[in-house]
Every structure is written in C-alpha cells, then in structure tokens.
Design a protein around this ligand. Structure first.
Ligand code: C5P
Length: 326
C-alpha cells in the first residue's frame, strides 16, 4: 500500500445560527464553515496485519480508539474488509499544529484525512458524496472537513452547500492553552436558556435555512470570492455565533479576549464553534500581525497563544513532495 501524507486544515465558523431541535437529540443549524491555512499533517501507512495504530505526541490527544482518526480507520476497515485484509493494518501518525479542543475541528479534520487517505491508499475511488456519508457517521463537522473551503451547512452541520472559496482574508487566532469548553455542555445550556425561540415547524425551519442561504453574509462572501474587496468591511456586522450567548457569560476570560480583539480588529472578532478559541479578521497579513502584537501587549498572559493565518479554499489534500509543510 502506498503511504500518504495529507494536510488536514482547521476551520472557523463565520456564522453559527442555532435554528431548532432535532429528533436525534442534536441541533438543527445554519452555519458557515471556513477552512484556514493552519493545518495538521496526517500520515497514513500500512501497518501490522489487522491492527490500527494512532500516534500523536501532542498533549491531550488520545492514542486510542476514541481518537477520530482511529475511528475513521475502524469505520473504513468495517466497510471495506477486503481492502483492510489485502493491504495489512493501518498506521496513522499525526503532526499536530492545530490547538486541541479549541472549536477549530482539528480532531474532525484528522478523521476526514484518514477517510481520504485510505480511499487513495486502498484505490477505492469513492465519490465525494460517499466520503461525506462516511464522515457524517464520525461527527457533525467531519463531512465539511472532507470538502473544505467556504461552505454553508445545515442539518446537524452535515448537509453541505459549497460556496465559492474565499482565500484573501487573514486572521489572528487566539486561545488560552489551559481553557476548554465542552461542546455538549454548550448546546445543552443553549437549549435550556433559549429553546423557547426554536423553530418548531418544518415551515419555520425551512424559512430560517433559506434566510441564511440568501442572507447578507453569504452575499458578502460571494462578492469577496469574486474579487470585490469592498465587501470586506461588511463582515464585522455579519459575524454571528449563537453559542457565544452561553459560553461568554460562563467564561469571562474568553469574553475579555474577544472584547480586546474586537477593539483592535477593523473587521471584527468572534469565538469559533463552541470555543474557546477566538479569531479576529484582517484584510492583510500586516494588519493581522499588528493586531496580534497589540493583543499580546494588552494580554501578556503566557497561557495565551496566538497564530496568524489565512482563509484557505481547499479541504484535505495530499502533501506534494515539493510543497513545504506549513
Ligand atoms: O457531532 P459532534 O460529535 O461534533 O457533536 C458534539 C456534541 O455537540 C453532540 O454530542 C451534541 O451534544 C452537540 N451538537 C448538537 N447539535 C449539532 C452538533 C453538535 O447538539 N448540530
């Protein structure tokens, strides 16, 4: 079996609207995912016959069957037992650069990379749709990670409506190393506080989905993708993340970080997913670097980490031999 090394990019949510409850206990969402340059590298190789092994040296990443990369390989071995037997076991090594448990879908991306890597290594020739169906069995944002770019997602987050990819926008990401937010807690708390506003009928759900689809955030992103930079300042007022309503009051440290970044970034700042990472948008790398330096001097806490990175229009991609890994 050929070995593959794949870039598994992080994502942010530029828009996250909680629309309602679902019979499966999850929430019905309208969200806009955006891939960014910050990426892990996932190596997929053949291993000991019948054995799946995951290795990652980063703290907080389990090297066991709870790792989404392991679960992705186990799912592929169940669905394609002949390929699993023919090519031996699966050895997965993850070079972690994306902060763990940050609301950036790092683990989901690693799972997506293993699906794509094994499809290539085992010569299965799965379609994008087939890969996304497998991905949905692993987690709500794994299908997006397979696809990447700029995507409006509904359902649990697994019904994808790809938009034209946006890539000339920079961002500063910030995260307190020692802070974690439980995603199930965030959604459960949101339901208990704001569940009364949920869309209750299929008509109401459809109306909210279609409002997001034809809404000003999608229109501004489409203008940006077409090269119209005059749409950039719109982003500030269009960023939305409903989960901030429960996470920020519970974690004043995240609320303060968001306030500092929002005060420094002309294009605005927001928490990504269920947090705790916060991003600030910038129109150039120089502006992002200035925002980072100013935030660092306002908040000199060594527990706070920063990254300057950029939107990326691609999802999981094999690393070319000539391509520098960054
Ligand atoms: O699918 P994933 O494992 O990423 O979801 C983590 C948790 O987030 C779920 O167990 C659920 O509590 C919550 N969630 C939700 N509605 C979604 C996505 C996630 O309630 N659409």
């Amino acid at each position: 079996m050929k070995s593959y090394s794949l870039r598994s990019p992080a994502k942010i949510n530029l828009y996250l609207e909680i629309v309602g409850d679902r019979p499966d206990g999850f929430h019905e969402l309208a969200t806009i995912f955006q891939s960014i340059d910050l990426a892990d590298i996932v190596h997929v190789r053949s291993g000991l016959q019948g054995v799946i092994r995951v290795e990652c040296e980063a703290a907080g990443v389990p090297n066991d069957p709870t790792n989404l990369a392991y679960r992705a390989a186990a799912l592929m071995s169940e669905r394609f037992p002949e390929a699993f037997a023919k090519f031996g076991g699966v050895d997965i090594e993850i070079d972690k650069r994306i902060p763990v448990a940050a609301g950036l879908a790092g683990g989901s991306g690693n799972g997506a990379a293993v699906l794509v890597g094994l499809d290539l290594a085992w010569g299965l020739g799965l379609t994008q749709g087939e890969l996304q169906d497998l991905a949905a069995e692993l987690g709500s944002d794994v299908p997006f990670c397979v696809c990447g770019g700029t995507v409006l997602a509904t359902g649990r987050g697994e019904v994808l409506d790809p938009l034209a990819g946006v890539d000339q926008v920079w961002l500063v990401l910030a995260k307190y190393r020692s802070l974690g937010v439980s995603t199930p807690w965030a959604y459960k708390t949101y339901r208990s506080q704001f569940g009364a506003d949920y869309a209750r009928t299929s008509e109401a759900l459809a109306a909210r989905h279609s409002a997001a689809r034809s809404g000003p955030m999608v229109r501004s992103l489409q203008s940006l993708a077409a090269g119209d930079r005059s749409a950039l300042p719109n982003l500030r007022s269009l960023l939305r993340n409903d989960l901030e309503r429960v996470v920020l009051p519970e974690h004043p440290q995240i609320a303060h970080l968001r306030e500092v970044l929002d005060g420094l970034a002309p294009l605005g700042a927001m928490m990504s997913g269920s947090g705790p990472s916060v991003f600030a948008l910038a129109e150039s790398e120089a502006q992002a670097t200035e925002i980072q330096a100013a935030a660092r001097s306002t908040l000199p806490d060594p527990d706070l980490e920063f990254w300057v990175t950029k939107f990326n229009a691609a999802g999981i991609r094999p690393v070319e031999a000539s391509q520098p890994i960054a």
